[in-house]
Write a protein that binds this ligand. Structure first.
Ligand SMILES: Nc1ncnc2c1ncn2[C@@H]1O[C@H](COP(=O)(O)OP(=O)(O)OP(=O)(O)O)[C@@H](O)[C@H]1O
Ligand SMILES: [Mg+2]
Length: 316
């Protein structure tokens, strides 16, 4: 069973405008509202590929109810902890040049009892053979070692954990020791460099990035999937380093491309597909996600079509 955990989900509002002007009235068009959050995007991708997952996390207030109704509308199984404060609404404005401006609310404040309720729920699911995907930012009220704590407990119970997080939450989770660190990571270029305190620049090539991923393996991580946007991805494990160039697609929105990548990888692992096939599926799914509006996943048909163009090359 796959369980996606979104501690800070959102109602995603997407809108278009010609040019976004600060200090002026901006008229939006094509406004749409969707159940969002990184784990929710992962669940949606898994669903498209024909798999199942349970989406969990925190939901509260009217926006929380809309979020849950949205999940049900997408055919996604869900089991959220209800909280007293209100789920956030995030606005993404896309201008005619295709640039995305994101306006994210801070989100609700989670109490100690609410976090304990989530821990209890996850512990009940957290048995051998299950895979948990912990993704996204931490809501207010939750300590930055939350992912470290959750990951440690789940791994102790024999479950596998995929962490897609950033900053201190990621840093702490990686210091938990080999038996408690996440099994899988999918940083993007920015997140990886931040983790090592390295300033980005033209000298930061694949030759610099690969050894950083290997350092994460030394901490006990089994696989690092480093996504590099339009430059493709690196897949780094003890079996070697593979690279795959991004597929040439007509991009509508790259938001959530990384989540589709995570969903496809986990779907592949869950179904026992060979590693190389999982990587190819991740490349096809993430490129496909770039062709859709907002965080919508691509169709299975498009993923299958793109799959034929994927090239995964072993570089060491
Ligand atoms: N312009 C693009 N063209 C083709 N594929 C792309 C493009 N941008 C992203 N991708 C695909 O999506 C993958 C993930 O992209 P990216 O590195 O932007 O993830 P991310 O920053 O984690 O995204 P998010 O967190 O919004 O889901 C890339 O490795 C690549 O396969
Ligand atoms: Mg990401």
């Amino acid at each position: 069973m796959i369980i996606t955990v979104t501690l800070n989900p959102a109602l995603d509002k997407t809108a278009r405008c010609d040019v976004l002007r600060p200090n002026a009235l901006n008229r939006l068009r094509d406004v749409s509202i969707d159940a969002g959050g990184k784990g929710v995007n992962v669940s949606a991708m898994i669903r498209v590929l024909g798999g199942n997952s349970i989406a969990t996390g925190f939901a509260g207030g009217g926006a929380g109810e809309e979020l849950i109704a949205g999940l049900a509308g997408k055919g996604l199984e869900h089991d959220f902890v209800r909280i007293a404060s209100v789920t956030r609404t995030n606005l993404k404005v896309i201008n005619d040049a295709g640039n995305v401006t994101e306006l994210n609310e801070p989100g609700p404040e989670i109490t100690g009892e609410e976090f304990a309720a989530l821990e209890k729920k996850l512990a009940a699911f957290g048995t051998k053979g299950n895979t948990f995907i912990l993704s996204g930012s931490l809501p207010r009220g939750i300590k930055s070692d939350a992912y470290k704590k959750l990951c440690g407990t789940l791994r102790q119970n024999g479950a596998e954990v995929f962490l897609d997080a950033d900053g201190e939450a990621l840093e702490l989770a990686l210091d938990a020791g080999p038996d408690a660190v996440p099994c899988f990571l999918k940083p993007n270029r920015y997140e990886l460099l931040k983790l090592f305190g390295i300033q980005d620049g033209s000298e930061i090539t694949e030759a610099v990035l690969s050894p950083l991923c290997v350092k994460l393996l030394d901490k006990g991580v089994s696989l690092v999937c480093l996504s590099l946007g339009h430059e493709g991805a690196l897949f780094v494990s003890r079996e070697g380093i593979r690279r795959s160039p991004a597929l040439p697609v007509t991009v509508k929105s790259t938001v959530g491309a990384g989540d589709s990548m995570v969903g496809a990888l986990v779907y592949g692992f869950e179904n026992g597909l060979p590693q190389e096939h999982c990587f190819a599926l991740a490349m096809a799914a993430s490129a496909g996600a770039c062709t859709t509006e907002g965080t919508n996943p691509p169709s299975r048909f498009l993923v299958d079509e793109l799959l034929q163009q994927v090239c995964v090359q072993k570089i060491s």
